[in-house]
Ligand binder design. Structure first.
Ligand code: SF4
Ligand code: SF4
Length: 317
């Protein structure tokens, strides 16, 4: 089922009989992102208005992130104090505050599918981001900062790594970084480390006999993730050490590129799909070889792979 065409609004009687969710896993419909209507601005505005109106009447997610307070402030400060008083050009202010954590969908919303109101707030935000990206692309800074695999490779080269870290500690260079890439001069910028996690764990001994336990098979392949690989390699080393200490045979996945999460947050779905084509065959081969997969950063192995799927229903959480 496509998410492009929303379910029709339900009548009062339907609403009274529609069961609210949250006790059962919601149904996540795949994004029909290759359908031209997916990027249609008028259709998106219509769906945003429909869902914003439901959220305005509910307000349950106000404390989860800045997207909801932004929406409710826009409503409360409008002439009608309803969603119809909010300028459509302001919808983007809500969209840009969503970082696709999925918390509202997974933990709060009683109106997620199969409820007839069909509210999937993160998917709608992603659709709006994708359409905006299709229309205007991304800023130079966003493009660079979201290219984590390339930036990580470059910044961890010998000599370069020391230069980059020194520049990131220099107030003058930070002003330049703010002016060119939009990184606030006081924002914490993690240092790059060398050797990377993947180099440190390259020769991880795959010794010991795997002992299956429940649904797990006693063998784990680690997806290092861009951030941990180049900025927090000790996290991956520690994770491997804990797994091995507990008798779990541990290795790294054979190859990896960015999971795509930074590009997903930009709405650059083509880039996410491209990353997926690189990562999924490697992960699938590891699974076929008897390895379970995990990563030091959960979103790196879940969100993009789940959200980008377009061919069949994603099923339950
Ligand atoms: S998915 Fe977006 S809107 Fe929902 S809680 Fe996370 S950041 Fe907020
Ligand atoms: S996402 Fe659902 S729970 Fe959250 S404010 Fe909107 S309708 Fe309410």
């Amino acid at each position: 089922m496509s998410e492009v065409t929303p379910k029709p609004a339900v009548s009062v009687l339907d609403a009274a009989t529609a069961r609210e969710g949250s006790l059962e896993a919601p149904t996540r419909h795949p994004l029909d992102w290759k359908n031209p209507e997916f990027h249609d601005p008028a259709a998106i505005d219509k769906e945003l208005e429909r869902v914003f109106d439901i959220c305005h009447g509910c307000r349950r997610c106000v404390s989860l992130c800045q997207a909801f307070p932004t929406l409710f402030d826009l409503v409360d400060e409008s002439s009608t104090m309803e969603v119809d008083g909010v300028a459509k050009s302001d919808y983007a202010k809500v969209v840009e505050q969503c970082y696709l954590c999925d918390l509202c969908y997974q933990t709060k919303c009683p109106y997620v599918p199969p409820h007839a109101w069909n509210v999937d707030f993160p998917h709608l935000m992603l659709r709006a981001k994708a359409a905006a990206h299709k229309r205007g692309g991304a800023t130079f800074g966003s493009k660079v900062l979201s290219s984590t695999t390339a930036v990580g490779k470059l910044a961890t080269l010998p000599v370069v790594v020391h230069a980059v870290n020194a520049l990131n500690r220099s107030p003058g260079a930070r002003k330049l970084l703010e002016n060119t890439l939009g990184v606030h001069r006081d924002a914490r910028v993690p240092p790059f480390e060398r050797p990377t996690a993947r180099k440190r764990l390259k020769h991880l001994p795959q010794d010991g006999a795997a002992q299956a336990a429940g649904r797990t098979r006693g063998k784990v392949a680690l997806f290092a993730t861009c951030y941990c690989n180049v900025s927090a390699p000790r996290v991956v080393e520690d994770l491997a050490a804990v797994l091995r200490h507990n008798g779990i045979v541990t290795t790294l996945v054979a190859r990896e590129v960015c999971c795509g999460m930074p590009k997903l947050e930009l709405g650059d779905l083509d880039a996410v799909a491209n990353y997926k084509e690189h990562n999924v065959p490697v992960l699938a081969a590891a699974i076929r070889d008897g390895w379970d997969i995990t990563a030091a950063i959960p979103s790196s192995v879940t969100a993009p792979l789940v959200i980008i799927r377009s061919s069949k229903p994603a099923g339950s959480r």
